[in-house]
Design a protein around this ligand. Structure first.
Ligand SMILES: [Mn+2]
Length: 300
């Protein structure tokens, strides 16, 4: 077997990970498992995604995008232990803020959706010049009077001063959200696109429109890719995924388009619970997401 033979193995997405902190992109695990409305094991996701990246080639034959020249600084995982969402803010911000200063783009592997709030704080502690785009079946605008959970990061951010017109939420599903949450979104001036709008106009077109609106108002944008936005039949490994969600292809295309935008400085992948997965469907979807993020970054 010659040195560059691919008869048994290939250069994989996991081989892009490096300990060299000068890489343009960074990756950080945020294994927050506690504080989910549906208890689960989202804390296992960062390790499972890194392993699944070994099964991804770095070449996209359709566009001839080639990630092989790119490197991703693997900053490891935030040590969260048994932290609740309220206790996770400081350690995530402490580890993420320096990465955001050094790298053009940082990927955060959750963890449940409660990691989104610390990500936005890390990008802009004042919350006045940052934008948030969510691809999510849910508003995550539940009340905070019972404490922080994976169901209220966006509401917590609004209460902390993030302007409502700095938030765009796309992929929202019927009968997966309350009227109260929808009313809060309307009152706050959040840009909202339901799943039907995303399917009619295209998830990527909606994402592009949302990014255009946010980038006019914000210096930097965080994007929450809640993997439960994907159709449950094709994404079993997320407690909140439901029939009627977006297709994996639309999710991948949108991820690439979004990550080509220079103001997108931080992205998270949340709600992947490996304990619910079937035949590695969700793990391989998450691994493909990392490739799409990088392919988008290469287009900048
Ligand atoms: Mn969510």
């Amino acid at each position: 077997m010659t040195q560059d033979s691919d008869c048994r193995s290939w250069f994989s997405a996991a081989d892009l990970l490096t300990s060299d902190a000068s890489a343009p992109v960074a990756l950080l695990g945020a294994p927050l498992g506690l504080g989910s409305i549906t208890p689960g094991r989202c804390d296992e996701a960062p390790a499972v995604v890194r392993t699944a990246m070994k099964r991804m080639s770095v070449y996209d034959l359709e566009t001839e995008a080639d990630l092989s020249g790119l490197r991703v600084f693997d900053a490891g995982d935030v040590g969260l232990g048994g932290a609740q969402p309220s206790e996770a803010l400081a350690p995530i911000v402490e580890k993420l803020s320096p990465l955001l200063q050094k790298h053009k783009l940082t990927m955060v592997l959750g963890g449940n959706n409660a990691v989104t709030r610390p990500c936005v704080h890390a990008l802009d502690p004042t919350l006045q010049s940052v934008g948030l785009l969510t691809l999510d079946a849910h508003f995550d605008l539940r009340d905070t009077d019972c404490g922080l959970t994976n169901g209220n990061p966006v509401w917590a951010l609004l209460q902390e001063g993030l302007p409502g017109d700095h938030v765009a939420q796309i992929g929202l599903l019927p009968f997966a959200n309350t009227k109260k949450a929808h009313d809060k979104a309307k009152a706050a001036g959040i840009y909202v696109a339901s799943i039907r709008a995303c399917q009619a106009k295209g998830l990527s077109a909606i994402a592009e429109n949302a990014l255009e609106k946010l980038s006019a108002r914000c210096d930097a944008i965080h994007v929450d890719f809640d993997i439960d936005v994907i159709e449950r039949a094709q994404l079993p490994g997320a407690p909140g995924a439901r029939p009627g969600g977006v297709s994996p292809q639309d999710f991948f295309d949108a991820a690439r388009l979004i990550c080509a935008h220079p103001k997108v400085r931080c992205v998270d992948l949340t709600e992947f619970d490996p304990s619910l997965d079937v035949a590695s469907i969700s793990a391989l979807t998450a691994a493909r997401w990392t490739c799409e993020v990088l392919a988008g970054f290469l287009k900048r």
